[in-house]
Design a protein around this ligand. Structure first.
Ligand SMILES: Nc1ncnc2c1ncn2[C@@H]1O[C@H](COP(=O)(O)OP(=O)(O)O)[C@@H](O)[C@H]1O
Ligand SMILES: [Mg+2]
Length: 365
């Protein structure tokens, strides 16, 4: 997928801007706070209908304005044109259009313009609690698998009901009715997660090896109570605990991803650069699977490229993503000279924009 032109109006600190991108590497350089990440977020918005950084639609409107608009003109890998417009106004809410036609449901759009973002905010996947890792897995799987999304929505609805019921100390028969539904949706979710992590694991290990030039080994595992026993049994065993705690203490809503380096927990034993490399490897693995599922090379968004990485690893990364496996790439960095130097050393051709005060200017070369 190729984003040929991005037009923005009142998008965070960008009053009005039009950027044309090339099909390889596109760089945005400029000081802190000039709007580089905002451009990246706009591209993400057009793919996922929401901010990559947890900003609400309202917070995305430029201060003092009453709407924002982002428009992307794309060419698919087999050269079909797509136009996507996402707008939000305080009065009219969010509207998403594909080639002039408004979507009935925003979720129908997800998957059309595949993109993967790597940013400093990814570190919450390592440092924070398991729910961030589940959120990552859920968002990823929902993008490539409608059935998964449906099962997850249903599971969460039954779970909320069951938790409400537990506060009233229901009888066992009543609880069993809910258990049967949890099992039905939960088993599907579990199977899909297990399959997905098995597909991710070798890719993560392979990308990590390339990034670190074979210095360390990493692992990714799926942790779930359902790995050992059927869900129905897990629920039966947890039942007395559930009564005592008045909520559902076991199930796929407690799953986690285990990240390891050299056999030890990444959070405790990985250096900042190693943790960052792991996250990049994970995102590149996601990129590969998303590309296979959509039949289209996703747009790769590398925000703050040098964040926590040394120049050697940045160069490895640039070499890696310059290969044919990857398509269009947007990179941001605050230092123009070090970025150009590495790109030139890696032999990559690229387009460069200078960002200042919400304005992007194409560099002459
Ligand atoms: N809704 C908004 N309206 C106006 N400015 C905003 C809004 N949201 C964020 N900003 C501004 O955008 C700037 C941050 O832009 P960002 O893209 O993160 O910078 P960087 O170039 O460092 O990546 C900050 O100056 C911030 O105040
Ligand atoms: Mg930034």
């Amino acid at each position: 997928m190729l984003l040929k032109k991005l037009s923005l109006l009142n998008f965070k600190n960008i009053a009005e801007s039009e950027l044309r991108f090339g099909n390889g590497i596109n760089c945005l350089v400029g000081d802190n706070g000039t709007g580089k990440t905002n451009v990246i977020d706009a591209v993400y918005y057009l793919s996922m209908c929401k901010s990559a950084f947890g900003m609400t639609d309202g917070q995305t409107i430029r201060h003092g304005a009453d709407f924002f608009l982002a428009e992307g003109l794309y060419a698919t890998d087999n050269d079909r044109q797509e136009q996507v417009v996402c707008s939000f106004s305080r009065k009219g809410g969010k509207v998403l259009k594909r080639n002039g036609k408004e979507y009935e449901r925003l979720s129908d759009h997800v998957g059309l313009i595949p993109s993967v973002i790597v940013s400093p905010a990814d570190s919450i996947l390592i440092s924070d609690a398991a729910d961030e890792r589940r959120r990552f897995l859920n968002a990823f799987l929902s993008t490539i698998d409608r059935g998964y999304m449906t099962a997850l929505i249903r599971y969460n609805a039954v779970l909320a009901e069951r938790n409400r019921l537990l506060k009233m100390q229901p009888d066992e028969v009543m609880l069993s009715i809910y258990d049967a539904q949890l099992v039905e949706h939960g088993e599907k979710i579990h199977a899909r997660r297990r399959e997905q992590v098995e597909e991710l694991q070798p890719l993560v290990a392979q990308y990590y090896r390339l990034l670190s030039e074979d210095r360390e080994q990493v692992e990714l595992h799926y942790k779930s109570e359902l790995n050992e026993r059927p869900f129905a049994e897990v629920l039966r065993e947890a039942r007395q605990k559930d009564y005592a705690n008045e909520f559902t203490t076991a199930g796929i809503h407690r799953d986690d991803l285990v990240l390891k380096i050299g056999g030890y927990p990444l959070r405790k034993y990985g250096s900042q650069g190693q943790q960052k490399s792991f996250l990049i490897a994970l995102k590149l693995a996601q990129y590969t699977i998303l590309g296979r599922a959509c039949g289209e090379k996703p747009i790769l968004l590398l925000d703050d490229l040098f964040d926590k990485l040394d120049a050697g690893r940045v160069e490895q990364l640039i070499r890696l993503v310059s290969s044919d496996t990857f398509g269009q790439i947007l990179i941001t960095d605050c230092n123009p000279t070090r970025l150009s130097r590495i790109l030139e050393r890696a032999g990559s051709t690229y387009i460069l924009y200078y960002m200042a005060d919400g304005q992007a200017t194409l560099a002459e070369k």
